[in-house]
Design a protein around this ligand. Sequence first.
Ligand code: KG4
Ligand code: ZN
Length: 363
Amino acid sequence: MPEPLILGIETSCDDTAVALSRGFNLLADQAASSMDQHAKFGGIVPEVASRAHLEVFQPVLQGALAQAGHQLTDIDAIGVTAGPGLVGSLAVGLAAAKALALALDAPLFGVNHVVAHALVDQMEHGPFLEAVLALVVSGGHTVLLIIDGRHITQLGATLDDAAGEAFDKVGRLLGLPYPAGPHIDLLARDGDPQAIAFPRALTRRQDLEKHPYDFSFSGLKTAAARWIEAHQNRGEAIDLADFSASYAEAAADVLVSKTIQAAKDHHLHTVVIGGGFAANSQLRAKATQKMAEAGLEVRIPRLGLCTDNGAMVAAATEHSFRHGQRPSQMSIGADSAMDLTQMVAEYPQVTRDGRLPSRPLGP
Ligand code: KG4
Ligand code: ZN
């Protein structure tokens, strides 16, 4: 039997992304971003994002089908991001996915966006053969998860800002365009990572006892903001390359050292790094080097699979299939704070006030 043809739909933030895959073999990956409309506001405007998803979903879907040389009726299963993300944006993708699932009589998988950022690596480097340690670093999350088949254990997370968020906020102080992460990355390439000694939060012995696998980036962000302010007050020019290199080094240092420790403590041999911030060159280089020295296999997807995309949702759907996960029910909602130990939204989904939905729809 051929592997299933999977449609993956991602609309959790500003990207309207659709992918088609045959198992873990990616056939098409199309996206349209509304970032240009948000950039002038210095952050994502939810209403604008939802409206853009509505406008471009159909052409992006048609583009993916054309790229893969398939038609809608060929599709065997549909995956869609159910959370975390912006509710209005998620709702557009979910509504489209439900309509398609009903029309095609195909199973629907409401996928967890954060977990999918790690699972997508299988599209590039093949299936996970054993439990992996996943470091997912994005604009909204910084988490360490053990992914073992369809079971997920959360080891730690950021206590405050996500790494990408901290980069975007400091970038704003420097007058860089939003999102600033990629700009800081580029600037850092010509700088000295040891030029400024920025703090490494939660790495002292007493902090490690309480928060061995947690992160904190608000201290780093504040230290950087003070440093910028002090220079501006003295009328001194800021060496953007040295600043960016030192800032990126401090973030990468903590992410990599805590991840290696978690892998050792839990006897895991493979580390997967995903999420938009996994596109960061300094993190990629440090992780590749330090994790190899520690005897770990490190898997980091190519840049296009790190930032939000449809392939991650298709990959999560295929992974769920392989590990015997039942499809979601038609009544799944958009879950902006979806539990990270949930790979796929299960039914019955308990409402925010702890009750079950009163009238389940569909099978
Ligand atoms: O995963 P993602 O595309 O969206 C979320 O799910 O949040 O991540 C977006 C984040 C932004 O904060 C952006 O600044 C950051 O990823 N980012 C980077 C790089 N590329 C994207 N941060 C540092 N270096 C990069 N090269
Ligand atoms: Zn993301």
